[in-house]
Design a protein around this ligand. Structure first.
Ligand code: HAM
Length: 419
C-alpha cells in the first residue's frame, strides 16, 4: 500500500468542507476590504527567496525543496517574496501602483513534521504594496484580528506586536543584541552562538527551551534602537489599533524569522496548539521591492496557516457538516434504477441537491444510509411507481409519506425542503 508523503495532509469529507469554508470566508472578507486575488505558481527561482527571505534564515538554509538543480527552481516556501517578484515583473513598481493583494495556496518547507508543522501547508496571505502609512499596518493587523475572531470565531489567541525599525535601526538593534548575547554566550545553544555572528536578531527567535530561558535576559527596549520616525510610526499604529479596539501586547523580543522585515512586526499566537503557536504573522517590509531589483516601495502584509486554523476550529464546537444530498432516489429493484437516474437528474436540473443508490441495497439499508447522511427526502421507486408515474415521497424528518406524480415532483420536493 502506498502512503502519502510525511508532513503532507489530505482532507476528506468534513475536513474538506472546513478547509474550503476558511478559504471562502477569507475570500469574501478580503474582497470587502478592497484586496484583489493574486494567483501565483508553486515554482519559483531559488534566488527570489535567497535574496528576499535571506540567506541565513532557516527557511532558506535548511528547508527549501529544490526541484531542479540546474535551473535552481524551488517549491515556494512563502508568498511575500513571490508577490513582490510578480509586482516588479508586471512593472507595478515603476507605475508606483498602490495595490492590495490576497492569495491562497500551498507552501513548502522541508521541516521536521509535527502537530501544526507540515512540509506542505497552506497560506492565506495579504500584501499591501505602495504605501508607508501606519493606517496600512493598522488595516492589515485589524483585518487579521477580525478574520480570526469574527469570521472564524477563534478567540483563543493573543496579538503580539513590536517594531524592529528601519534598516539603520535594525543594525542598532542587532548590535545591542550581539553585545548582550555575547556576554552570556556560554549559556546559549550552539545554533544561537552561530546566529550571534551571522544574524544576531535571530537569537531572540530561538525555539530551544533551555536557550530561550537564558535569552530572556537579552532584553532590548525599542527606545534604545528606534529612530524618531520609526518610533512615531510604531506609536501611531498603536493609537489606531486602540481607536478600533484591537487588543495587543507589545513583545520586545518579537523579531520574526525572515530577513525582509522592517518596522512593525506582529504575530497572532495561541496557547492551545503547543509549540507551533503562531496562527498567523506578518509585518512591514519596506526594503524588499528594491532588494529584488524594483524601485523602492514600502509594503506590509501577513499570512495565516490554514492547517493551524483548522486545528483551532476543530477544538470549538461549530464545525460545518459536509454538504450531503438533500434528496435520495431509492430504487427497489434493478429495473427501477433507470427511473431513479432520470428523477435524480430532473431534481438537479431544478437546483435540488439529489443522489441515488448505485449499490443495489435493500430499501431498509437505503433508508438507514439516508438517515445517517442527513437526507431530507427519500423518493421510493418500484415497479408500481414506474408504471403509474406516481412516486412515494418520504419526508425523513416527519416520516410522512405522500404520492406525487412525476410532473409535480420537483415543485413538491422544493416545497417540503423549504418548510
Ligand atoms: P510565516 O510566519 O513563516 O510568515 O508563516 C505564516 C504562518 O504560516 C505561520 O504563522 C503559521 O501559521 C503558518 N506556518 C508556517 N510554517 C508552517 C508549517 N511548516 N506548517 C504549518 N503552518 C505553517 C510568512 O511566511 C510571511 N510570508 C508572512 C507575511 C506576509 N509577512 C508579510 N506578508
Amino acid at each position: 500500500m502506498y502512503t502519502s508523503v510525511k508532513g503532507t495532509e489530505e482532507y476528506l469529507f468534513d475536513d474538506a468542507v472546513i478547509f474550503r469554508s476558511i478559504e471562502n470566508k477569507a475570500r469574501r472578507l478580503f474582497t470587502l476590504y478592497g484586496y484583489s486575488e493574486i494567483i501565483l505558481p508553486a515554482l519559483e527561482p531559488l534566488n527570489v527567496f535567497l535574496r528576499g527571505v535571506g540567506g541565513t534564515s532557516d527557511i532558506v538554509t535548511r528547508q527549501m525543496f529544490r526541484i531542479h538543480q540546474k535551473e535552481d527552481i524551488v517549491l515556494r516556501p512563502e508568498g511575500t517574496s513571490q508577490v513582490v517578484r510578480s509586482y516588479i515583473q508586471n512593472s507595478l513598481d515603476k507605475k508606483k501602483e498602490f495595490v492590495k493583494f490576497f492569495y491562497l495556496g500551498a507552501m513548502y518547507r522541508g521541516e521536521n513534521p509535527q502537530k501544526g508543522r507540515l512540509r506542505e501547508f497552506h497560506h492565506i496571505g495579504l500584501e499591501v504594496l505602495g504605501s508607508g502609512s501606519p493606517y496600512v499596518d493598522a488595516e492589515v493587523i485589524s483585518l487579521g484580528e477580525y478574520f480570526l475572531k469574527q469570521e472564524l470565531g477563534i478567540t483563543d489567541f493573543t496579538l503580539q506586536i513590536n517594531s524592529i525599525g528601519c534598516s539603520a535601526d535594525k543594525e542598532r538593534f542587532s548590535g545591542l543584541v550581539k553585545r548582550k548575547g555575547e556576554a552570556l554566550a556560554g549559556r546559549l545553544c550552539g545554533a544561537c552562538r552561530t546566529r550571534l555572528q551571522e544574524n544576531p536578531l535571530r537569537v531572540l527567535d530561538c525555539k530551544n527551551p533551555e536557550c530561550k530561558k537564558n535569552i530572556a535576559a537579552v532584553r532590548v527596549n525599542a527606545q534604545d534602537y528606534l529612530c524618531s520616525a520609526c518610533m512615531t510610526n510604531f506609536q501611531r499604529v498603536q493609537e489606531v489599533l486602540n481607536r478600533v479596539n484591537v487588543r495587543y501586547e507589545i513583545k520586545d523580543t518579537l523579531v520574526r524569522g525572515l530577513d525582509y522585515y522592517t518596522g512593525i512586526v506582529f504575530e497572532f499566537v495561541t496557547a492551545s496548539l503547543g509549540t507551533q503557536d503562531a496562527l498567523g504573522a506578518g509585518g512591514r517590509y519596506d526594503g524588499l521591492v528594491a532588494q529584488l531589483g524594483g524601485t523602492q516601495t514600502p509594503a506590509c502584509g501577513c499570512a495565516f496557516g490554514v492547517e493551524r486554523l483548522m486545528l483551532m476550529l476543530k477544538k470549538t464546537a461549530e464545525v460545518p457538516v459536509s454538504v450531503s444530498e438533500k434528496v435520495f432516489c431509492a430504487p427497489l429493484d434493478a429495473a427501477s434504477s433507470q427511473k431513479a437516474f432520470e428523477l435524480a437528474a430532473l431534481l438537479r436540473k431544478n437546483g435540488i441537491p439529489a443522489d441515488m443508490d448505485y449499490t443495489g441495497r435493500s430499501l431498509k439499508s437505503q433508508l438507514r444510509y439516508s438517515q445517517k447522511n442527513n437526507v431530507t427526502i427519500v423518493i421510493i421507486i418500484g415497479e408500481e411507481e414506474r408504471t403509474s408515474g406516481i412516486y412515494t415521497v418520504k419526508n425523513m424528518k416527519t416520516s410522512e409519506q405522500i404520492k406525487v406524480p412525476e410532473a409535480e415532483l420537483a415543485a413538491k420536493v422544493k416545497e417540503i425542503l423549504t418548510t
